[in-house]
Design a protein around this ligand. Structure first.
Ligand code: ADP
Ligand code: SF4
Length: 692
């Protein structure tokens, strides 16, 4: 398919200082868990995006000096020449695919955990961090000069490593913004007080960086033009800084938010639509003559082209859309729009990368596996046993993903069979929870892939018994039957069901009963009991409140939805619940459910009672493993029917994140021709070589 002429504007080259972007797609800095510790993973991960058509790809935050040691988080570093060599590998691989390599030089100032460094954080003033439990040293003039010198030295190393783009990074209320912001800067010397004084540190950094790279690299500055809270500057002052620094910058990378309000930058789709940052960042044009790159989880090429054509931004920046689909630019260029694997805005990539993890993505199982497992997002090896017929039972996220990869690996016949009329498993109904609509993209992309594969057949409304599986005629069987919410309140606190909790009763409900079966709580009052700690409890509570129930969210955990803190949703969920009139009860363990009442104990064992007409049990999920266990128990009968092996994947192994269920399905399909596909192959581990 040729490219749609409406998208031509996205493929025009653009000069940024001494360098040229080959098109308008730019991977802005984002974390991976690789830093300089895993140079091979870093290089291959970024290079895969370069291959996918991005004009520039950048590192994650790259500390210029040890007092910006991010441990336990993994950042890149340019403290010495070993760091330089680690990142030079990335530059080489990225250049091999014709893209520019960028480095996010940064110093986090007061927001620095320093678990490796151990000495004090430094900041403009001695004011405790509103983000971490840190009280810094107020920088003396010598500290200012030293950090500036470290920045210039890091910029020189960046140039020598081969980077084309060097950042002076001022977003996320890091050190340059801490100087600019009166919230952090209470100095009375030439670096504090007036706007000119507060801007001085950042302007000097820009000058020093330009000097250091000496015309060999483009100098980019990222600025949160509005912190959307008291933590940085507001829009007018953000624009004033852009005007003041414009002569020193080759490209402005613009966003909103702060370290504390990161959720407003990397906005989860639960609360923010695509393009939400434009309300602020579209104003930057009035302050600069230089090119602008902006972000806002854009995956729609029409919208991207409209922004560039309209002159709002010059370049489309992306972190998450590039993680979910490293080949997004190539697919737009080749007119393969239906192939774009759109980011769902779940933010699982954040806890996967931080702290010290390995980046992963719900939509893209290969993210972070390019080097260590050798997985390519678009290339699939023909399977050594491709002449087999494979039956996949269950078309949830795990089963769909596994079937797609088996199809792409060229198996003779793959049948994906599901009991229900629609494919999707839990993703048939999770996207109907408040604000979760974009999550339906998990099914949409896979449905298109399934449709395109000639060797793949999807069969719905067919519940397979063990006998039916054995008689199916398959050589290989993959069971992906998922999991269900415990109907008796099995939970992490007691490891037992809750007395009186039985979802066959009218006043006891499970999430599936509410969402799929249409079971409605009797009466007006309903308690949602959440021991799960992620989205299901709060989402159901909001949904029931909006439907008119008086809702109490009772959680056994210390806080509401602690895992959602890691996906940047927790504070927003709590606010939404508060606004919906949902009453929150924390640290409560329920021990009994009876008509009209739930009871248990509070944080210190004190008795707890709540009058309610019904309770929804969001306690834990239980694997639907009966089919697998019965099949696996009788190897002889399997062999008699010509079945070589039965595997299981996804939630029917253990209830897990959607991202992990998909990963599990993908992993099995990638390794199904290994000696023992049930056991993952070892991956390449990056270690320090003990030579010399
Ligand atoms: P996962 O997240 O592991 O993919 P889900 O719970 O989302 O799991 O999906 C499991 C799917 O398996 C559901 O769509 C369900 O209808 C289907 N399923 C469960 N048991 C059977 C069976 N015996 N035969 C066919 N389909 C089944
Ligand atoms: Fe998007 Fe979720 Fe993937 Fe992150 S994990 S890139 S938010 S789909």
């Amino acid at each position: 398919m040729p490219r749609d002429p409406r998208h031509d504007v996205l493929f025009e080259p653009l000069r940024v200082g001494p360098k040229t972007l080959r098109n308008r797609f730019y991977q802005v800095p984002h974390c991976t868990g690789f830093g300089v510790q895993k140079p091979g993973s870093q290089a291959r991960y970024r290079a895969t995006k370069a291959e996918g058509g991005w004009a520039a790809v950048c590192t994650e935050y790259c500390a210029v000096s040890p007092d910006s040691d991010e441990t336990p988080f993994i950042s890149a570093r340019l403290w010495d020449d070993d760091d330089l060599r680690a990142l030079a590998l990335m530059c080489d691989e990225v250049h091999g695919h014709g893209a520019l390599a960028g480095v996010e030089l940064h110093h986090s100032g007061v927001h620095c955990p320093r678990r490796e460094y151990r000495l004090p954080a430094v900041a403009p003033s001695q004011l405790a961090s509103d983000y971490l439990l840190v009280t810094p040293k107020a920088m003396e003039l010598a500290d200012i000069r030293r950090v500036q010198a470290d920045w210039a030295a890091a910029a020189r190393r960046a140039r020598d490593a081969g980077f084309d783009v060097v950042y002076v990074y001022g977003a996320h209320s890091y050190l340059p913004m801490q100087f600019l912001s009166p919230f952090y800067n209470r100095r009375t010397d030439e670096y504090g007080g007036s706007f000119e004084n507060r801007a001085r540190f950042w302007l000097e950094l820009l000058e020093l960086t330009r000097e250091a790279v000496d015309g060999s690299c483009a100098v980019v500055s990222r600025i949160a033009v509005d912190a959307l809270g008291p933590y940085g500057v507001e829009l007018e002052e953000g624009l004033a800084f852009v005007r003041a620094a414009d002569h020193l910058v080759d490209l402005w990378d613009v966003n909103v938010g702060s370290a504390v309000e990161w959720s407003k930058d990397s906005g989860p789709s639960r609360f923010f639509p695509q393009g939400h940052q434009l309300e602020w960042t579209s104003r930057v044009r009035e302050a600069t003559a230089k090119p602008i790159v902006g972000v806002s989880r854009l995956t729609d090429p029409d919208r991207m082209a409209e922004l560039v054509r309209g002159g709002v931004w010059d370049v489309i920046g992306a972190a998450r859309p590039s993680i979910a689909d490293p080949f997004l630019p190539r697919k737009i260029e080749e007119g393969r729009l239906d192939e774009i694997r759109e980011c769902i805005g779940c933010n699982i990539c954040i806890p996967k990368a931080d702290p010290g993890g390995n980046i992963g993505c719900t939509q893209n199982a290969t993210a972070g596996e390019e080097f260590r497992r050798g997985w390519h997002p678009e290339r699939f090896e023909p399977a050594g046993n491709a002449e087999r017929d494979v039956l996949v039972v269950g078309a949830g996220p795990a089963g769909m993903e596994c079937a797609v990869v088996l199809g792409k690996r060229g198996f003779r016949r793959v049948h994906l069979v599901d009991a229900e009329a629609e494919i999707g498993g839990i993703m048939r109904w999770v996207p109907r929870l408040p604000g979760r609509g974009e999550w339906a993209r998990v099914v949409n992309w896979r449905r298109i892939q399934l449709d395109k594969l000639a060797n793949l057949e999807v069969i719905t409304e067919t519940r397979l018994s063990p006998e039916a599986v054995r008689a199916y005629g398959a050589d290989l069987v993959v069971v992906a039957t998922g999991a269900f919410w415990s109907p008796v309140g099995l939970n992490r606190e007691t490891h037992d069901p809750i007395a009186g909790a039985d979802a066959s009763l009218a006043h006891v409900l499970t999430p599936e009963q509410v969402m799929v079966e249409g079971k409605s709580p009797p009466g007006e009052r309903v308690a949602v009991y959440d021991c799960d700690g992620y989205f299901m409890g709060p989402d159901l509570a909001e949904q029931l409140a909006v439907a008119g129930f008086r809702v109490d969210l009772v959680t056994s955990l210390e806080d509401v939805a602690p895992f959602a803190h890691e996906t940047l949703e927790q504070a927003l969920l709590k606010r939404r619940l508060h606004e919906s009139g949902v009453r929150l009860h924390r640290g409560v363990v329920l021990e009994r459910v009876e008509p009209g009442l739930v009871s248990g104990r509070g944080e210190f064992g004190e008795p707890y009672e709540l009058e309610t007409d019904a309770v929804v049990l969001v306690t834990q999920r239980v694997s639907d493993e009966a089919l697998y266990l019965e099949l696996a128990a009788d190897g002889e009968r399997l062999r008699a029917e010509g079945i070589e092996a039965v595997y299981r994947i996804g939630d029917c192994v253990a209830p897990q994140l959607i991202a992990d269920a998909i990963f599990d399905g993908h992993r099995l399909a990638r390794e199904i021709d290994a000696d023992d596909p049930a056991v993952p192959l070892p991956w390449r581990r990056e270690r320090i070589a003990l030579t010399g």
